[in-house]
Design a protein around this ligand. Sequence first.
Ligand code: NAD
Length: 475
Amino acid sequence: MHAVFEPHDNQAELARLASLFQAQRAAFAAAPFPSAAQRRAQLSRLKQTLLKHQDSLCAAISADFGHRSRHESQLLELFPSLAGIQHASSKLARWMKPRRRGVSIWFMPASNTVVPQPLGVVGIIVPWNYPLFLAIGPLTAALAAGNRAIIKVSEFTPRFGEALRLALAESFDESEVAVVNGGVPVAQAFSGYAWDHLLFTGSTSVGKQVMRAAAENLTPVTLELGGKSPTIVHGDFPIATAAERILHGKCLNAGQTCVAPDYVFIPEGQQAAFIEAARATVARWYPNLAANPDYSAVVNGRHLSRLQAYLQDAQEKGAQIVPLADADPASGKLAPTLVLGVNETMSVMQDEIFGPILPVLSYRDLDEAIDYVNAHPRPLALYYFDYDNARIGRMLAATTSGGVGINETVMHVGQDDLPFGGVGPSGMGHYHGHEGFETFSKMKPVFAQSRLNGLWMMRPPYGPRVERLLKFMLR
Ligand code: NAD
């Protein structure tokens, strides 16, 4: 059930990639500035393709995972993809407009504008956890900005990769949008191409390799990476509500979500209430979890073993493991599990968990939790549960993260009008919405001199005229 299925021949995919890249380069040179209407037409085709092929795409993801809830594929992959397309279609004419900028008194009456221009041919590297949304989100931004794109799908989702290739090939010429599959050698070669922009979504360690490869061509990169996203619950916030919202973020896709709450800080004395609420929530959502279609599997045996090793390591070092349901590992599923009494020597507190395991820490003073967060690498997301605006403001000012959810987990990613991206080790650059458009555009500054102007006063021969002028300029 969990065997890595690799129907793609790396050599053949590498050859396809080489010819696709040339074809897209040539097509871009022939048509470098698609109109708003052309871009909207492409986005409309993309939307129709996704709607038409949604069943085969969701089924392929489920087959690759061993089991992925169809509802989660629709809620967390298809819906945000379609919403992003809709948002870009309705806004792109405005985004494309040259924007007037100010001119200082010394250069008047010239004019300044910023003109968005398509970059050209972009590469998109996709991880396995949300293979549809993490391909279509960047593609939407790339097309809205007038580019051509080649998508490299993860070797862990080969069935999905083939389904996506077939679906897109039905409505796009491969000189506009293309998909390549294959293993790590294809991904490595892909990151070495001279893209006009490369957007990589994946782990921090592979992100470093991608940036190194891109540096050879000075290819600009957007890196959408991972990390341990902290969650902090204030003592005044209803603990059962917090538990439900945190468990939701942790159980979606069985915790295999880049912005899943990685660990949670609970006020001292409220742990028992949190555990009880978490247990009741899981029992209500997933009766008979092993066979429950709403609960997704861990993507493959390697990742399942990795997660089981975290639990074993934590237990051996003195932590208490609290499974919130029963799951038969043979089903490929791991039950949502709390880990109490953790410390920094445990691998579960060192690596990004990326699975349904939630370490529960306690704090006495809010500053303890803030200090802990700040002593660790800057995370992709931070969640804070509190209704007090002054304390929320303090939390926002005291911590740095890619994004923030107040009194909710994960949902900030689905906001079309918010940028999405990490900071430091959790990533660089942004996409989604307007920021996605700008990421895939050259925001070209244009200075236009006017027919009559005073610049002659600054030209040689420099003498008393320039001296007098400089007296004013250097004040
Ligand atoms: P990964 O880094 O192992 O792989 C990501 C992609 O990189 C895959 O397509 C893979 O084929 C490719 N790849 C592998 N080795 C490569 C190399 N040497 N050079 C170039 N490409 C290579 O990540 P994963 O296991 O697929 O995904 C999980 C990670 O992704 C987690 O860390 C998670 O937090 C992160 N993630 C981040 C976001 C985000 O938006 N920030 C979203 C989803 C997942």
